[in-house]
Structure formats: C-alpha cells, structure tokens
Design a protein around this ligand. Structure first.
Ligand SMILES: Nc1nc2c(ncn2[C@@H]2O[C@H](COP(=O)(O)OP(=O)(O)OP(=O)(O)O)[C@@H](O)[C@H]2O)c(=O)[nH]1
Length: 408
C-alpha cells in the first residue's frame, strides 16, 4: 500500500492490485482479474483457475453457494495458491515492505475512509428522506426503513426515530440533525462492547483461538495481531491450524516471517487438533507470551465441522484447562445479516469471547456491527478497514459512530 490511501472505489473494486499481505511472496503480484502479462510466454498454469475452484482444497463446506458468494469477493485477491513462481523476479520482499511499512494516515481518517461506503449510503438516504421542512410521521417511517436497510437493526432504527419523534416532531429537521441523533444512538449501543483485548500475563502463553467462516479474515487478522503484539515486545507464536489449505499454512508462515514469530505447522491435511496440542505444548515450553491458533474456515451450519472445532478446544484444554483465553470470531462485514447467525452459532459451539469485524471498507453494510452489538453484547476488540497491517485497530465506539454517520 502507499502512504496515501487509494481512492475508495478503486480499492473496493480492485482497480489496483492491493498487495495481499498474507500471501506468500510469489503470489503477491496476483491481479484480481488476470492482468495481461505481456511478456510471459504461457507460464501461467493450467486453465486459468476459476475463483470457485480454488477453495476446493478447503473444508467441505467451501462448496455451498453461500460460501461461493462470500469467497468470490473475499478471495478474489488472495487465493492464488496453485500459482507457480513464474512472474518476473519482482522483488517480493520489497513489495511486502511497502505494504507493511508505508506511513499511514491517522486511524480516524482511515476508519472514515473505510466506512465511507456505509456512511455515504446512510447520508444519501437520509438526505433524500428529509426533503420536507417539518418532521412528520411519514418521514419518520421512511427514515426507519432506511436505517433498517442499512443493517443497523430494528431496535436501533426505532430508537433513532423515537428520539426524533419525541424531540423534533413537527419541527424543522435537517439531515445533519438526523446524523447527529444517529451518531449518538450508535455510540450508545457500541460503547459497552468496545473493549480492548487484554493479554493476561498470568497465562503463559495467553492462547488466542481464531475462528470464523471461510474468508472472513482470520489469517490476515492473526498477522496483524502478531505484529501488534510483537511491537508491544511480546513474544508471539503462531499455529497454522487451517490444515485444510496449503495456502493458508504458507500465508501464516509469511506473517510469521514478517513478525518474527515462529509458526507451528504440519503438512496440509494433518489433524488440526493434534497440531493445536503440539503448538500449545511448544509455546508453553518456550515460555511464549502469546500463542495465536488459526483454524480452517467453516460455515456455522456444518455440524461435523463445528464438532471438529469443539474437539480442537477440548484438546487445547488438555494442556491448559483455562485455555483458550480468548476465542475471537472474525466477521466479514460484507456478509451483512448472516453475521448475526454466525455470532449465534459460533458462540454456542465455541464460546466466543470477542469479535473482530473485518472488511468494513468493502461494504455499505457496516451498520451490522450495531445490530450485533445490541443483540449479543459481545466485546468488539478490533475492526479491519483494509488489508494492510495498519488497517486493524482497537475498536472505539465514538470514532465508529462518527465515521458511520459521516460526521467528523
Ligand atoms: N478489504 C479488506 N480485506 C480484508 C480485510 N481483512 C482481510 N481481508 C482480505 O480478505 C481475504 C481473506 O482473508 P483471510 O485472512 O485469508 O481469511 P481466512 O478467514 O483466513 O480465510 P480461510 O482460510 O479461507 O478460512 C484476504 O484477501 C484478505 O486480505 C479487511 O479488513 N479489509
């Protein structure tokens, strides 16, 4: 990435090839759509692998339509696993450095730019509703629909319209007035869930299990967290528990190299719970501060895969009965309402302790975080607004509220 955020729509629609940070070096130059490589004879492997084919090595649930939908978006950039090392020696290391080291805008600017699509949609709709001078019942109904469509949830939508009804009925109301009420209500809902992830030093290692559906951003988030912890002087170990996909293992190894964190891995196809057991044992023997365990993506409605996740947790507990100390669910904001189901089922099966919402930059549905917060009250530790290491930050309610309401 560069020091200047690329235009939002450009990033959103892949007008440039965002450097997929977690991808192994040789995959970095992959274009979302095969970019014409003028001079390459025909080094590109077999019949250009369709994005749908790529997930096949993953867990069985990667085939349902739902996952295809999600992954068509999520993995368009990052799934080029069978790519041979064919591209010109592009100095992948240099590219990686740019992605990680480039000076960044302030976080609020990035957050606001990431949430721009959500806030633009909301602001645009609000403005178009508030064409009359006096606030009346019909306008309030229209506003309620707009807020529900923005995935904020019925309760929040109602709370906002009720506040306006109470305070401003039959009075002049501008879009800006409404945005102020919106920001206040969103902050009220999110305030209690904006809680940092605290690494309790009495656990050595503090074990973090990262779970979520396919492509929701687990591995990328692990890399970003490893970087943060390393910067705080913590000694981090990673476990490549997504044993279904060789590319996921490599992706984590790249993050390990970048962040100087050893990665415990086994060849693709190995038993994930066995790997988790080994990783916990090893991290403990080495006195690591933090162990982050990746897992294969799985749909919440695949019972056998959820059983497997439960098994991983049981096995970890054999080494440390208090672990995992944090079970973080990554949620892809672009999945909208389905994220509510994911929180519910993963919560029941794996005991989610906190949430990380990713890809808020790729959607107009950022409001879903508000609906989730209101329904589950689970801590939201981090949000992601891009693929680079600096695009994940601790979650703060007021910033999010301001950004989504388009206020500064
Ligand atoms: N735009 C954007 N992309 C993101 C963000 N977080 C992750 N990604 C991208 O989403 C894609 C999927 O991320 P991964 O980390 O591979 O997801 P995963 O959950 O590990 O995927 P599986 O291994 O298939 O379960 C990658 O292209 C990431 O770069 C974010 O906050 N914003």
């Amino acid at each position: 990435m560069t020091d200047k955020k690329p235009g939002f729509f450009k990033r959103l629609f892949g007008g440039e090839a965002p450097v997929p940070p977690p991808a192994p070096p040789e995959t970095l130059p992959v274009e979302p759509v095969p970019a014409p490589q003028p001079v390459e004879p025909t080094p590109i492997p077999p019949p250009a692998p369709e994005p749908e084919e790529v997930p096949l090595p993953g867990p069985p649930e990667t085939t349902p339509d739902y996952v295809e939908e999600i992954e068509a978006a999520a993995h368009r950039v990052a799934e080029p696993e069978p790519e041979p090392v064919l591209l010109v020696p592009v100095e992948p290391a240099a590219v990686v450095e740019v992605a990680v080291e480039a000076p960044r805008q302030g976080w609020f600017a990035r957050l606001a730019s990431g949430l721009k699509r959500s806030s633009d949609q909301l602001s645009g709709s609000i403005t178009s509703v508030f064409t009359k001078r006096k606030l009346d019942g019909a306008t309030l109904d229209e506003l309620e629909d707009v807020l529900i469509q923005a995935d904020l949830g019925i309760e929040t939508a109602t709370a906002i319209t009720e506040t306006l009804r109470r305070d401003r009925f039959d009075k002049d109301v501008s879009g800006e007035d409404v945005r102020a009420v919106l920001a206040a209500e969103v902050e009220k809902v999110l305030g209690p869930v904006a809680r940092p992830l605290v690494i309790d030093p009495s656990h050595k290692p503090f074990i973090i299990l990262m779970i979520g559906v396919n492509g929701s951003g687990k591995t990328t988030t692990i890399g970003k967290l490893a970087q943060k912890f390393a910067q705080e002087g913590k000694s981090v170990m990673l476990a490549a528990g997504d044993t279904f996909r060789a590319a996921a293992i490599e992706q984590l190894q790249v993050w390990g190299q970048r962040t100087n964190a050893p990665v415990v891995s086994r060849p693709a196809g190995a038993d994930a719970s066995g790997l988790a057991f080994d990783a916990v044992t090893q991290a403990r023997a080495e006195g690591r501060d933090v162990l982050i365990i990746d897992t294969a993506g799985r749909l919440q409605n695949r019972d056998e895969l959820m059983n497997e996740l439960e098994k991983i947790i049981r096995v970890i507990k054999k080494v440390d009965p208090s672990a995992p100390h944090a079970t973080l669910l990554t949620l892809d904001a672009t999945t909208g309402q389905n994220a509510l189901r994911q929180v519910e089922i993963f919560g029941k099966r794996a005991g989610v302790t906190g949430l990380v919402m990713t890809k808020l930059d790729g959607t107009a549905r950022g409001g879903i975080l508000v609906a989730i917060a209101r329904k589950f009250g689970l801590p939201v530790h981090f949000i992601g607004v891009g693929e680079s290491v600096g695009d994940l930050e601790a979650f703060t309610a007021s910033d999010f509220a301001k950004a989504i309401a388009g206020r500064d």
